[in-house]
Design a protein around this ligand. Structure first.
Ligand SMILES: [Zn+2]
Length: 129
């Protein structure tokens, strides 16, 4: 089994609704996103999937987050109310998008985990359900 990880970054603002603490105020982070995919077989070049393709895929997913106020994005408007754009919820959303994007790349590569860092010291990891 091979596991490949790409790391990308974006800058964005958010605030946490219903949270009793400093993060309920508007503030920003430089977020780091690590996407790990897995598969068993390499191609004739010895690659599970080209890192360039993985980077472009993740860039396409997180482009909408860069230099915006995350709380206002469509993907954080849930049916039952707003979804806080925490590192956890970003990871869940990105995981779902990666799953969809990988299905277009082809069989044999599946998402394994998405880790979202909101600072160098704090991250959330989502491995799917
Ligand atoms: Zn924050």
């Amino acid at each position: 089994m091979f596991e490949l990880t790409v790391k990308r970054r974006f800058a964005a603002a958010h605030k946490l609704e219903g949270y009793d603490g400093k993060c309920s105020a508007l503030h920003g982070h430089t977020w780091t996103v690590e996407v790990t995919v897995a598969g068993r077989r390499t191609d004739q070049c010895g690659m599970l999937v080209d890192f360039k393709i993985l980077k472009e895929m993740v860039d396409g997913i997180i482009r909408q987050f860069d230099h915006v106020y995350l709380n206002d994005l469509e993907c954080f408007q849930g049916p039952g109310g707003k979804i806080n754009p925490t590192a956890e919820n970003l990871a869940v959303y990105i995981y779902g998008e990666v799953k969809g994007a990988l299905s277009k790349i082809g069989p044999g590569v599946s998402p394994l985990a998405v880790r979202v860092w909101e600072s160098p010291d704090a991250s959330a990891l989502y491995r799917g359900d």
